[in-house]
Design a protein around this ligand. Structure first.
Ligand code: KG4
Ligand code: ZN
Length: 350
């Protein structure tokens, strides 16, 4: 069988990324131009600034991805791009570039759901991994527990009812003056702290046992910080970071394990920026081992936003000839379970 070479483009938030991936699993190049420094001074992503920076970066990033892969654009079988969820202006930059390249080369265009991309990062780093499995997707914009039944078949078992896990890390880091993005800063400070120093809330829902809520935890942490500040006592940053991280990890691991056990699945994956957290990885590893479950996760570089995961996802659409029409639009609120339906509508060429 001929190798299928896909170009992936990702611009949903604050990374402009392009990658070349063969057969959904082998990465030939993976270029990421991050805007983190640009947004750090505002404490979070400013959508207008993100869009403008994507416009500047998108073509050089694509050029570099093609060059580093040692191919030309003509060698690519299809062009894939994130079309949601994400910031509408940011998404449109990647989509416009992808459409222009696909149209000018006469190659298929494949719109990819960013959340599916995070899940697919696991296929790149674990060549033997196949569905079915349970995947925890925890990033700055989403927290989901997904039953991955097939490469293009997903059932969302649980999701956050308020903040995403990464968003909670970012907000707490901001209150503690640790900067943006918050996850790595909190993880670093937590190393020297006591995870039992503060007993922060862990929310459980009886109706949907796999759902998350992090806003009560966030409020409890902020109240604790304010109490120290009001008493003019130095805030014990390391202990607060460690106790906060411990509460988030407890809930993420607990709900993921419950889902895997209830569905009788022996494989668990984690994905998204929060999956880079070493405390989450080691606790998940320990609990999976205890329950005879195999755990897979991508390297840190594939947990946070990248385009290799987009090209990997697109491969499974390409082989089923599920490609997108030229009027593909950005869908900022795209849900995981919506993708299949939307694909059938937009894939006029399929
Ligand atoms: O997947 P991602 O790059 O972008 C989105 O799709 O949102 O995730 C970014 C999020 C940020 O909220 C960041 O604080 C969090 O992932 N994050 C972490 C860590 N590294 C990144 N959270 C906890 N621990 C980390 N080491
Ligand atoms: Zn992401």
């Amino acid at each position: 069988m001929k190798d299928i070479i896909l170009l992936g483009i990702e611009s949903s938030c604050d990374e402009t990324a392009a990658a070349v991936v063969v057969n959904g699993r082998k990465v030939l190049s993976n270029i990421i131009a991050t805007q983190v420094k640009l947004h750090a001074e505002y404490g979070g992503v400013v959508p207008e600034i993100a869009s403008r920076k994507h416009v500047e970066s998108v073509i050089p990033v694509i050029d570099k991805a093609i060059k580093d892969a040692g191919i030309t654009l003509n060698d690519v079988d299809a062009i894939s791009v994130t079309y949601g969820p994400g910031l509408v202006g940011a998404l449109l930059v990647g989509i416009s570039a992808a459409k222009a390249i696909a149209f000018s080369l006469g190659k298929p265009l494949i719109g990819v759901n960013h959340i599916e991309g995070h899940i697919a990062a696991n296929y790149i780093s674990n060549s033997e991994l196949e569905p079915p499995f349970i995947c925890l997707v925890a990033s700055g914009g989403h927290s989901h527990i997904v039953h991955v039944k097939g490469y293009r078949d997903f059932v969302v078992l649980g999701r956050t009812r308020d903040d995403a896990a990464g968003e909670a890390f970012d907000k707490i880091a901001r209150v503690l003056g640790l900067g943006y993005p918050g996850g790595p800063a909190i993880e670093k400070n937590a190393v020297s702290g006591n995870p039992e120093a503060f007993s922060f809330p862990r929310v459980k829902f009886s109706d949907v046992p796999y759902d998350f809520s992090f806003s009560g935890l966030k409020t409890a942490v902020i109240n604790t910080v304010h109490q120290f500040e009001q008493k003019r006592i130095p805030v014990p940053i390391a202990d607060i970071c460690a106790s906060f991280q411990n509460a988030v990890v407890d809930v993420l691991v607990g709900n993921t394990l419950s889902a895997a056990l209830d569905c009788n699945l022996e494989v668990v994956c984690i994905a998204g920026g929060v999956a880079a957290n070493l405390s989450l990885r080691s606790r998940m590893e320990r609990e999976c081992r205890k329950n005879g479950i195999s755990l897979y996760y991508p390297p840190v570089s594939l947990c946070t936003d990248n385009a290799a995961m987009i090209a990997s996802t697109a491969y499974f659409y390409y082989v089923d000839k599920k490609w997108s029409a030229n009027d593909l639009n950005a869908l900022p609120g795209l849900k995981l379970e919506e993708t299949a339906g939307i694909k059938d509508d937009v894939n006029k060429n399929a």
